[in-house]
Design a protein around this ligand. Structure first.
Ligand SMILES: Cc1cc2nc3c(=O)[nH]c(=O)nc-3n(C[C@H](O)[C@H](O)[C@H](O)COP(=O)(O)O)c2cc1C
Ligand code: SF4
Ligand code: SF4
Length: 181
């Protein structure tokens, strides 16, 4: 992509734990491609792996807040008040991504409809054998679990329980949506 100094609004959606260095990374990628970073929004959504955290979010309050953010960005942009010199939280070098060990597998109720294979963003599930997830390719996004009409896909309950215990403290308190302009 070539930005030619077009304005960009950075958005990160996270599962109520933390967005770590996402903005630093996004800003570096965008500015490296010639975009000008004007504003940024961090928004909370239900945790896509451990669904008990931030359950039901974005809720009504979140949606109202995000609409307010959008209006504020728009009015500042129209007033020419967004300079492209945005200061965002984050560290460089970025926090290293250690990977997520949870890789969904399909169980006995699978009817081989192929929907999970179609929807997997990295083609980790073969169409003809959806019970053979390629665990090296899988990025643990959990999309296959949410699209399966049979609820046939799941991750190890032991890993899920251990992960939930590890994240409980960091994820339990309601985090705020944030706007940076
Ligand atoms: C592989 C993976 C890693 C994640 N890492 C984090 C994280 O570091 N911090 C956090 O708060 N949420 C994390 N989450 C939760 C998601 O960011 C969040 O639930 C998600 O953005 C919900 O919206 P989405 O499904 O539209 O992405 C992670 C989710 C996945 C699948
Ligand atoms: S979406 Fe569910 S039922 Fe369909 S192939 Fe995948 S695991 Fe099987
Ligand atoms: S978790 Fe995501 S990447 Fe892994 S198999 Fe399911 S859809 Fe594909």
């Amino acid at each position: 992509m070539k930005g030619n100094q077009a304005g960009a609004i950075l958005i990160t959606v996270y599962g109520n734990r933390a967005y770590d260095d996402t903005f630093a990374e996004l800003q570096d990628v965008l500015e490296g491609s010639g975009f000008s970073c004007m504003a940024a929004v961090a928004a909370v959504a239900e945790h896509s792996i451990m669904r008990q955290f931030a359950k039901g979010r974005p809720d009504l309050k979140d949606k109202e807040e995000i609409l307010k953010f959008a209006a504020e960005i728009r009015s500042k942009m129209e007033a020419g008040a967004l300079t492209g010199e945005l200061r965002l939280p984050g560290n460089r070098p970025y926090r290293e991504y250690g990977g997520v060990p949870m890789k969904p597998q399909s169980g006995r109720s699978c009817i081989k409809c192929g929907l999970c294979a179609k929807e997997c963003p990295v083609e980790a599930i073969p169409y003809d054998r959806p019970n053979k997830t390629d665990t090296d390719t899988c990025i643990s996004c959990m999309r296959c679990i949410s699209v399966c009409p049979q609820k046939a896909r799941s991750v190890s309950k032991i890993l899920l329980g251990a992960g939930s215990m590890k994240l409980k403290k960091a994820c339990s308190e309601r985090k705020k949506n944030e706007l940076f302009v």
